[in-house]
Each structure stands twice: as C-alpha cells, then as structure tokens.
Design a protein around this ligand. Structure first.
Ligand code: ZN
Length: 295
C-alpha cells in the first residue's frame, strides 16, 4: 500500500508516552469566578434545595468554573488535543465518554476564580468494545484556586473506529453511582436511588443525598407509573437506528422523582403534559433502557 504513513499501535503508544512525560499542561483560567447566579441556575435545574447553596457551590459543579464556552481554546501544550489528533489520524475517529471520577478537596465560595491543568494519565488499547475497536484515554485534571488544589478528576474516553453498521447507538454511561440502575432495568425493574439515612428519593443517581448529605445510598423499586411532566419532539438531527420524529419525555413518577425516556407508540401530536404513562423496558445492545408508553 502507498499513501500517507500508517499510524499504528506502536506510533499511538509512543505518542502517548511522550505526551504523558510532558506532565501538567499550562493552566487555563476560568472565564468567570465562582458565582451565585450560576449556582442558582444549576441547583434549580437539578432540583437541589440544599440550603448551603449558594453560599458555597455544589462540589459537582467544579467543571463549570473552567468551561471554555461555545468557542473553547485549547492551550498549545494541552496533551488531550494532541492525543486525539494522533488517534484520529489512525482511524479512531469516534469518541464516547466512558466514565469520570471526581475528588473534591474543599467547598468553593463565590468570588474564587479557578484554573485547571491536566496531564495525560493513561492510554490503553487497542481493545475490542461493543462500539468497535478503540483506545481508552484517561486524563487527570486538577482545579486550582490560587496555588491550592481544590479538586481533581480522572476522565476517560473511548476513541474508536466506528463500525459501519446501522442501528448502533451509544451506550449510556455506567458509573459506581448508576450501576444499580442498569442492573435493575436488565431485570425489568425501575430502581430509584434512596438515601439510607433519611429515606429521600433522588434521580439521576449521585453519591450524596442532597437533603442530608449522607453517602452510601440504597434504592427502592418504582411502580413504573407516572405522567408526562415535559417533553420534546425530536426532528433533527438523525439518530442512528431511530426514525424521526420521536418523543423524549420527562416523566414524573408516582414516587415523585422525574426520569427521562423515549415515549413509544404515541403520535407526537397527541402528547401532552399530564399524559399518564407506564415504563416499558427496551433492550438495546448490552443495556436495557427504560422507555414510556401511554396507559
Ligand atoms: Zn438523606
């Protein structure tokens, strides 16, 4: 074969080693300091009524404070951008985030301005996955307030060669917090995370109870009955394996929590807020997704 130089496993792993050895990239400073309006928007959107906010920021917001906006600029020494270029050149052109793990060292207060640095922690592959052959790329981010490290994140993506197969959809993200949920759907059980300390229900799952801050949650099994709280009719863009338009509904379950899913077998014109629905489990690759049907 002639043409441009082939980028293979050896070149990928050599580039990964070189980038990892560069260590920490130069800091990128957040556009705005930690601020109350953003905290209020976030906690309202998530329905988190913890009275500690907005005097302090929810720890899980940490990424927000250094987001690059609509037109982010990567610094020249950002190892992630370079690693992605190498994998793109080798044909691993698709990407899916697989998991992230955040560690918070302390609570942040409005007025603090954060910066973030990152280094390439690990590149592993090639691995055969349900999506296709790919490399797992792990980066480690550190957030700084002045010269104090206030939070960290391991972030893993899969860069893969897309399979030319119709109907492949991206699997949901499974983490330590959500594994119980996907185990449930596999057995046609809709599970809602429940605080073992105060009994509060919450969805989506997370590590800490927003009411009493307890860790080590358990779960309860939902009746699967609820009503449409809000919905969107998806016309565009096309989604692999789906015919548009389709309806994605935010359903308020009898137990009081809200959950997203596709609303099946309903004319988009007929959907309305308050429509009574029940859960239906839809196998999709390795996962079983909860969806809704009218009742
Ligand atoms: Zn609780």
């Amino acid at each position: 074969m002639t043409g441009p130089k082939q980028v293979g496993r050896r070149e990928i792993l050599a580039a990964a080693r070189e980038l990892a050895e560069q260590g920490e990239c130069s800091p990128r400073v957040g556009r705005d300091p930690v601020n109350e309006p953003m905290i209020n928007n976030w906690t309202e959107a998530l329905g988190d009524r913890n009275s500690a906010y907005p005097a302090v920021a929810p720890p899980a917001m940490i990424q927000v404070w250094t987001m690059g906006g609509l037109h982010p600029e990567r610094s020249d020494d950002d190892p992630i951008g370079r690693m992605i270029e190498v994998l793109d050149a080798a044909g691993y052109t698709s990407v899916v985030a697989t998991n992230s793990e955040q560690t918070y060292h302390r609570l942040l207060k409005p007025g603090e301005r954060l910066s973030v640095t990152s280094h390439l922690a690990d590149v592993a592959g090639p691995k055969q996955t349900a999506l296709g052959e790919g490399y797992f790329v792990t980066t480690h981010n550190t957030w700084w307030s002045g010269d104090e490290a206030v939070g960290e994140m391991d972030w893993r993506i899969l860069k893969f060669k897309p399979r030319p197969k119709p109907g492949v959809s991206v699997p949901p993200m499974v983490s330590r917090d959500t594994a119980f949920f996907w185990e449930g759907t596999r057995g046609n059980e809709l599970r809602i995370q429940q605080c073992a300390a105060c009994g509060a229900l919450r969805h989506p799952p997370g590590p800490m109870c927003p009411r009493c801050n307890a860790l080590d949650p358990t779960y309860t099994v939902s009746s699967g009955l609820g009503e449409v709280y809000s919905y969107v009719v998806h016309h565009h863009p096309q989604v692999p394996g789906k015919r548009t338009p389709f309806v994605i509904a935010l359903v308020e379950l009898e137990e009081g929590v809200r959950m997203l899913g596709e609303l099946l077998d309903v004319d988009p014109e007929q959907v309305k807020v308050g429509l009574p629905v029940r859960v239906r489990f839809v196998p999709s690759g390795e996962f079983t997704l909860p969806a809704w049907e009218a009742r």
